[in-house]
Write a protein that binds this ligand. Structure first.
Ligand code: HEC
Length: 135
């Protein structure tokens, strides 16, 4: 078992490594533009999935209950979710909705559709302060 000090020193050492790696791997404005475009493509795909594009077994879509993603609170995750009986990440709650209201098979947490749904849901709430655990 490591002491807290040993753990802290390890963390400090890894942070130094990461900082070193970051300065050795500079990025350009063109990189930033490309990364932003990739993210916005994911947001657009997520928006389509949310508004009927995610084919569910019972044809129910997310926007029938959540008209858009602005009334979903991704900034409160991870949090205790009564439906799941545990502290959950956003993707687990999305899967709860996919399995229950949509009566469909859950997505792997790294499924591209799951990533796109989260890109859209987070984008709609951009700028809202983080409030993990909040109800
Ligand atoms: C039949 C209605 C219904 C449909 C359709 C539905 N949901 Fe939900 N959703 C709910 C309910 C009810 C909750 C639980 C509210 C709570 O506990 O905060 C919820 C909660 C959520 C939450 C957590 C919200 C929060 O603020 O904690 C997310 C994220 C979510 N839904 C995403 C989705 C997505 C994505 C889809 C489509 C794949 C979807 N929902 C489809 C009813 C629905």
């Amino acid at each position: 078992m490591k002491t807290i000090t040993q753990t802290y020193l390890l963390l400090a050492a890894s942070a130094a490594l990461v900082a070193g790696a970051a300065s050795a791997d500079p990025f350009t404005q063109a990189d930033l533009d490309r990364w932003k475009a990739e993210y916005m493509t994911s947001v657009e795909k997520g928006e389509k999935l949310f508004h009927g594009g995610l084919k569910s077994k019972n044809t129910v879509s997310c926007d029938q209950c959540h008209p858009n993603a602005t009334n979903i609170h991704p900034e409160t995750y991870p949090k205790f979710q009564q439906q799941l009986g545990k502290v959950a990440v956003l993707g687990e709650m999305i899967n709860w909705c996919i399995m229950n209201p949509l009566e469909s098979d859950p997505l792997a947490l790294d499924d591209p559709d799951m990533v796109d749904l989260q890109s859209y849901i987070h984008w709609e709430r951009r700028g809202v302060p983080l409030a993990p655990g909040k109800h």
